[in-house]
Design a protein around this ligand. Structure first.
Ligand code: HEM
Length: 505
């Protein structure tokens, strides 16, 4: 009997031991399995060797391919642009969560080959770390000193609206392409802030700088430059790359000439613009033998090229969209003009008037939403391994905040694909802000010129609508005005002409 009891005891002890081991293994397995399940990389289409997912993408309209893919793979997905892994963020909730709630982790710029070629890591747009921080802070402070979002810029913009109105009048109601006058007027605002004075629209140096800056932004969005970003060794056989490089060289030459002129007449007590402020700061760094100062020539030149390009292309394109949309939707134009006539009459429009013009304000916001000027934002990169929405995104992964998917998010907008100013109006016809209105992106790298751009859009748009009726050319119906954007890094209207008919006072 004792023997049997002993045997049973041993067996039960072994059973407990075995059971415990099995339990332990199960726990370890579950932990591992669970963590793998929890922290896998975002899903996406299977990449081919070298080509990645290239064959599934329309390189000319990349943002549309990405919007389509987000329907299949969800709001966070992985893609391979050639050999390069990219994580795409789609929809308002996801983009906001990443750029705002995880601002630090998603806050660096991914500097792909063409972006590096532009600025060699200097300036603001395509730089990181201390360089970016110092240049962004300097530019923001200086732009504010020169009136960004304040009366200073308001006066400059109002002065420029008069030149633009004169240019439009010269067309005498006949069809004309709005690109040049609008771009020159907008460019003159940032030029005044940067250099301290405006240019004549006929100035060949100015015309050249504007043309080259715009051309570079357009070519950067071309299929061949997308390919170059994936396979940089292709550059020597790419016409567009050579063109971009020669434009950059020429722009740098012109900026140096302008800078030298300002240097000769520099008065440290009275800065005329951002370049003067930079030169004074540079001189101080030299005199006090500041070690490792970032106020050097390279940063001056690339900060200026950044502000000039970013400050011209986007705002001018938006303004051109607004005029095209007015010609296409005359009933909306009627309501804008009725509101301006009733509230302002023939007086000079100022920023203070914005709150008294809710419908007009809604039209400007809706233009920005639908025009979707920077559809893929600018590329970001992760500063560390990020755990995001159940996925892991490894440090140094390129992240695309797909702004197009935010501005047309079906969960946020009542009619995402149509021009509908009511998106920004309440039942009483008052202007309402919408969270998903994110054309300037958000978070740490949010557009530095947002308040300047908003002021420009309001003052230029309202002044033009106060003076002119915009219509399609004779023989062209409103329906025939094409809203398909031209290909580029930023989305411009396709080439078109409009008539600006002077309104009776
Ligand atoms: C309608 C007009 C404009 C739109 C839609 C726009 C949009 C944007 C967007 C989407 C970005 C990328 C933000 C990101 O990386 O997440 C950006 C960056 C930037 N924008 Fe604008 N922008 C406009 C006007 C301007 C103006 C007028 C200026 C010049 C004062 C400007 C200067 C910049 C700069 C310097 C950056 C780089 C910020 C950084 O990397 O820290 N932008 N803008």
């Amino acid at each position: 009997m004792a023997l049997v009891e002993e045997l049973l005891l041993q067996l039960s002890n072994r059973g407990i031991l075995l059971g415990s081991v099995l339990m332990l293994l199960l726990v370890v397995y579950l932990l591992l399995f669970d963590s793998q399940q929890k922290w896998k990389e975002p899903p996406g289409p299977k990449p081919l060797p070298i080509l990645g997912n290239l064959l599934e993408l329309d390189l000319k309209r990349l943002y549309l391919s990405l919007c389509l893919m987000s329907k299949q793979y969800g709001s966070v997905f992985t893609l391979h642009f050639g050999p390069k892994k990219v994580v795409v963020l789609a929809g308002y909730q996801t983009v906001k969560q990443a750029l705002v709630n995880h601002a630090e982790e998603f806050g660096e710029r991914d500097i792909n080959p063409i972006l590096y070629d532009f600025n060699k890591g200097y300036g603001i747009l395509f730089s990181n770390g201390e360089n970016w921080k110092e240049m962004r802070r300097f530019a923001l402070n200086t732009l504010q000193d020169f009136g960004m979002g304040k009366r200073g810029s308001e006066e400059k913009i109002i002065e420029e609206t008069h030149y633009l109105i004169e240019m439009f009048k010269e067309s005498k109601g006949k069809p004309f392409d709005t690109t040049q006058p609008v771009t020159y007027a907008v460019s003159n605002i940032i030029s005044t802030i940067v250099y301290g004075s405006r240019f004549e629209y006929s100035d060949p140096v100015f015309k050249g700088m504007v043309k080259r800056a715009n051309e570079n932004i357009r070519l950067t969005g071309s299929a061949s430059i997308q390919l170059y970003n994936m396979f940089p060794w292709l550059r020597f056989c790419l016409k567009n790359w050579k063109r971009i490089m020669s434009n950059c060289e020429q722009n740098i030459k012109e900026i140096k000439v302008l800078k030298d002129g300002l240097q000769e007449t520099l008065n440290s007590q009275e800065s005329r613009g951002l370049v003067d402020c930079f030169l004074v700061r540079k001189q101080y760094a030299e005199e006090s033998r500041e070690k490792n100062t970032l106020f050097h020539e390279q940063n001056l030149i690339h900060t200026v090229t950044n502000l000039f390009a970013a400050g011209t292309d986007t705002t001018a394109a938006t303004l051109r969209w607004s005029l095209l949309l007015m010609a296409k939707y005359p009933h909306v134009q009627n309501r804008v003009q009725e509101e301006i006539d009733r509230v302002i009459g023939g007086c000079q429009i100022v920023m203070e008037d914005r709150k008294k013009l809710p419908y007009t304000d809604a039209v400007i916001h809706e233009t920005q939403r639908l025009a979707n000027i920077v559809p893929m934002g600018l590329p970001h990169t992760t500063t560390c391994d990020v755990h995001f929405q159940g996925f892991i995104i490894k440090k140094g992964t390129c992240v695309v905040p797909l702004l197009a998917s935010v501005l047309r998010d079906e969960n946020e907008w009542e009619s995402p694909n149509t021009f509908n100013p009511e998106h920004f109006l309440d039942d009483q016809g008052q202007f309402v802000k919408r969270e998903a209105f994110m054309p300037f992106s958000a978070g740490r790298r949010v557009c530095l010129g947002e308040s300047l751009a908003r002021m420009e859009l309001f003052l230029f748009f309202t002044s033009l609508l106060q003076h002119f009726r915009f219509t399609p050319p004779p023989g062209v119906s409103e329906d025939q005005l094409d809203l398909t954007p031209a290909v580029g890094l930023t989305l411009h209207p396709s080439t078109h002409k409009l008539c600006a008919v002077t309104r009776k006072a």
